[in-house]
Design a protein around this ligand. Structure first.
Ligand code: SF4
Ligand code: SF4
Length: 249
């Protein structure tokens, strides 16, 4: 059997999720023995043409060129995995979806007529079929390794779609919302970070996006009781995954 090929592409994003790929260090060396890294500009300027067996894509669709590029990447990829909040929900740049992009451009740029942009920032799955969406801002390295090894082995990734609360319980952490009255989105946020913020006695602000079937209506009164104003409640859901429809389910 031919050595499977891995490609990593970037669209509108901060590179943080690609850095998580590089952060796998020891595991990447082992992985490099099993796959041929064919396209990963963050790691090497050497590029091999597609098709690719597994492709990771970071970033959202914010320009007409992005929209065309993701169609090309899809056509060249057997398995396409969207990585991070930008690629799975439009990212923090999707805050533009609630404003007027033409007005933003006129304020920010001396020559807004040079700017070729879409009015929205959208997830990759809004444009092409995606085989798996890996959440997080940035993604978690343990989850990334599970996704890569699963697809290279020809099976589905085995990742929980429960809440951050379950990770707190597994770590034996005291609930910051119940014990300290700290506002926390953990009850409605997708698991994956290992309850990073509550481990430091901070509330979760939802960077992994909505879990499956989040009960937002039950949580909001608890956030208000913990001292959040209406404005703060609205804003905390409009951060990294602002454009995700999942919060309203
Ligand atoms: S999801 Fe977060 S860390 Fe990843 S590219 Fe987007 S902004 Fe950066
Ligand atoms: S606890 Fe919440 S905000 Fe903190 S890293 Fe995890 S998902 Fe992100």
């Amino acid at each position: 059997m031919d050595t499977p090929t891995l490609a990593v592409f970037k669209l509108a994003s901060c590179d943080g999720c690609q850095l998580t790929v590089l952060d796998c260090e020891d595991e990447l060396l082992a992985l490099a023995g099993r796959v041929r890294i064919a396209h990963f500009l963050e790691a090497s300027s050497a590029v091999r043409p597609g098709p690719y067996d597994v492709t990771l894509v970071e970033g959202s669709i914010t320009t007409p060129a992005d929209a065309e590029r993701i169609r090309q990447i899809r056509a060249e990829s057997k398995v396409l995995v969207a990585i991070g909040a930008c690629a799975t929900a439009g990212g923090i740049q999707a805050l533009r979806n609630f404003g007027d992009v033409a007005e933003f451009a006129s304020v920010v740029y001396a020559r807004p007529d040079y700017i070729d942009t879409l009015a929205t920032s959208t997830a990759i799955a809004d444009h092409v079929p995606v085989d798996f969406e890996l959440r997080g801002c940035p993604i978690d390295r343990r989850q990334l390794l599970e996704v890569l090894t699963a697809f290279l082995a020809g099976r589905k990734p085995d990742l929980p779609d429960t809440s951050v609360c379950t990770e707190c319980k597994r770590r034996g952490l005291t609930c910051v919302l119940v014990a300290d009255g700290t506002p926390c989105l953990g009850p409605v946020t997708h698991a994956g970070c290992g309850a990073l913020c509550p481990a430091y006695r901070r509330g979760c602000f939802g960077c992994f996006g909505p879990m499956a079937s989040p009960n937002v209506a039950a949580l909001v009164p608890r956030l208000r009781a913990a001292g959040m104003s209406e404005d703060e409640v609205g804003r905390v859901f409009r951060t990294f995954n602002a454009a995700s429809g999942g919060w309203s389910s």
